[in-house]
Design a binder for this molecule. Structure first.
Ligand code: MSP
Length: 535
């Protein structure tokens, strides 16, 4: 039976515009989805938008439009981003959709039926920006400052902010439904102990473990002071707390509360297949609340939650007020989509924070893509076109050097799989680049161009070995740089039906005598006058 794999991005808040951080998560998920599809899995890849809550309602009010008008417009921008990034998502969920409201209410009723919801009164701090409740001990007083005209600064007196995020908090007192999170402390710790891979990287696991160990307070899960949310079944004065609503999106898309369709394949009781990729700032919601909600509802848990780091811009936090937010559309327009995808996956070990700079982007484009990978393919393909009428020669007997290179190519799938199981994109790419470098060295030492007159048979073998190596590299790079890898495979005349990981290895090797189409450069240098872009 085909193994299933379910991968999700966080659903993005619609109060702002998409930026590089959103693009980063979406690309990472897309790379994993594509990798698993090529590896024979039945994949479902979900993304979408988080549209309820006070933050979105406030943003709409500030613009003087209705919340749904804001959601419709901005959700469209996130959908366009996914498309613009060539994301292969199978669904795009919006929390204002009917199916989601149904799913949330059914989930709520389960919790209620299982005795895990009670009515009480909440009195405490709330940060609208984070849509999070904070304990007094998690907040601090901070001197606020306000800009006036011409760069002047005045002090506006102390404001209370959340320690971890700096978001202003306000005092909230209202009737609220509660989830008895405190009761789930031990079951959660037991679960983490039994599943040490549930949260990655390890540092995040440790962070969550000690947070839970420190004790959990019951969680307020409904609000009454605004109405932009999913009505609580039986008491529509209350809307659900936006985070319970948001987390449920992951099962809405599977058809919940109907457990007979996709749900049973992608949210199975045993041997879970779900990977949630999120940013590090939302681990508490995903690694504590979500598993506790699911346990309380009597539903299975995801397999793993991976929290990646944050991008800064030339050392500074990206923020609207600093005006240094990187727009993914601009970046793609300037450097090319596959180039941006490659950069984001290669530059920073997934899980670490990273610093964005255009210098680093150009370095990767010219160094890794144009000079190393692109050039490797380009050199022998144009030689074959010019000197052999575009016909891929058949090889003779392989020498040790040939065999070493072929063996290295054949060994790549296992290395990439192992790295991708850890969501170590950079390691997967690096293992491919070890072979890219070895192949370039092979060209230098075998010097096929100089063999044309002296030893054409040997030249043919060398050219063939290079073609077969590039075939492997391009097949494996498809998840990262889908269009460029496809172009490379087109140039090797590899049929579209023979580009999965099952086609790696000798059984599907290229055949000598194949006519190759005229070569075209796949990875241009940035700043090359021919493409009219200056660095
Ligand atoms: N709506 C919630 C998530 C609900 S999931 C059930 C939310 N939305 S968000 O619009 O704020 O998007 C957060 C996600 O965007 C982060 O988890 C991360 O994936 C990504 N990033 C936002 N800024 C980022 C950076 N500067 N760097 C990297 N990724 C960051 O939270």
């Amino acid at each position: 039976m085909t193994k299933a794999f379910y991968i999700t991005t966080p659903i993005y808040y619609v109060n702002g515009d998409p930026h590089i951080g959103h693009a980063y998560t979406t690309i990472a998920c897309d790379v994993l989805a594509r990798f698993k599809r090529l590896d024979g899995y039945r994949v479902k890849f979900l993304t979408g938008t988080d549209e309820h809550g006070q933050k979105v309602a406030k943003a709409a009010a500030e613009e003087g439009i209705t919340p749904i008008a804001l959601c419709d417009r901005n959700s469209g921008r996130f959908r366009a981003l996914a498309k613009g990034l060539n994301a292969s998502n199978d669904d795009f969920v919006r929390t204002t959709e009917e199916r989601h409201v149904t799913s949330c209410q059914a989930f709520w009723q389960r919790l209620e039926a299982n005795g895990h919801i009670y009515l009480d009164k909440y009195a405490g701090w709330y940060a609208v920006r984070d849509e999070a409740f904070y304990d007094e001990s998690e907040t601090r007083l901070q001197q606020s400052s306000q800009f006036i005209g011409q760069g002047g600064l005045i002090s506006g007196g102390p404001v209370r902010v959340a320690d971890s995020t700096g978001a202003p908090v306000e005092w909230v007192e209202e009737e609220s439904y509660f989830f008895p999170l405190s009761k789930w402390q031990q079951p959660l710790l037991d679960f983490y102990d039994a599943n040490p891979d549930f949260i990655a990287p390890k540092s995040r696991f440790n962070e969550i473990y000690s947070f839970v160990k420190g004790g959990l307070k019951d969680l307020s899960i409904s609000r009454t002071t605004f109405s932009w949310g999913v009505p609580v079944p039986g008491n529509p004065k209350h809307v659900m707390y936006v985070w319970i609503d948001a987390l449920i999106n992951y099962i809405t898309s599977l058809g919940f509360p109907d457990e007979s369709g996709e749900f049973k394949d992608f949210w199975p009781k045993n041997d879970p297949v779900t990977l949630h990729i999120i940013g590090k700032e939302i681990i508490r919601f995903h690694c504590v609340y979500w598993p506790a909600f699911l346990m309380a509802a009597g539903l299975p848990l995801p397999r793993r939650i991976f929290a990646h780091g944050w991008w800064t811009n030339s050392g500074e936090k990206m923020s609207k007020s600093l005006g240094n937010v990187v727009d993914p559309h601009d970046l793609v327009a300037k450097y090319g989509l596959d180039q941006v995808r490659y950069f984001l996956m290669r530059e920073v070990p997934f899980g670490n924070d990273g610093d964005f700079s255009e210098l680093a982007v150009v370095g990767r484009i010219n160094g890794d893509l144009a000079n190393a990978f692109g050039n490797l393919a380009q050199r022998f393909l144009s030689f074959v076109a010019k000197n052999l009428e575009g016909i891929l020669p058949a090889p003779g007997a392989f020498t040790d050097a040939d065999q070493d290179l072929l063996r290295a190519s054949h060994g790549l799938l296992a290395q990439c799989r192992e790295a991708m199981e850890r969501q170590a994109f950079h390691d997967a790419i690096e293992s491919v680049w070890v072979v890219v470098r070895a192949a370039n060295l092979y060209v230098d030492t075998q010097a096929p161009w100089s063999l044309r007159k002296t030893d054409p048979a040997r030249m043919n073998t060398v050219l063939y070995v290079l073609a077969e190596t590039v075939r492997h590299l391009a097949i494996l790079m498809q998840p990262f740089v889908p269009s460029s890898a496809a172009k490379m495979l087109d140039q090797l005349a590899v049929p579209e039906t023979e580009r999965t990981f099952a086609h790696l290895g000798e059984a599907h090797a290229l055949k000598g005598g194949t006519l190759l189409p005229p070569p075209v450069g796949v990875f241009p240098r940035y700043g090359d006058p021919k493409i009219g872009k200056g660095t």
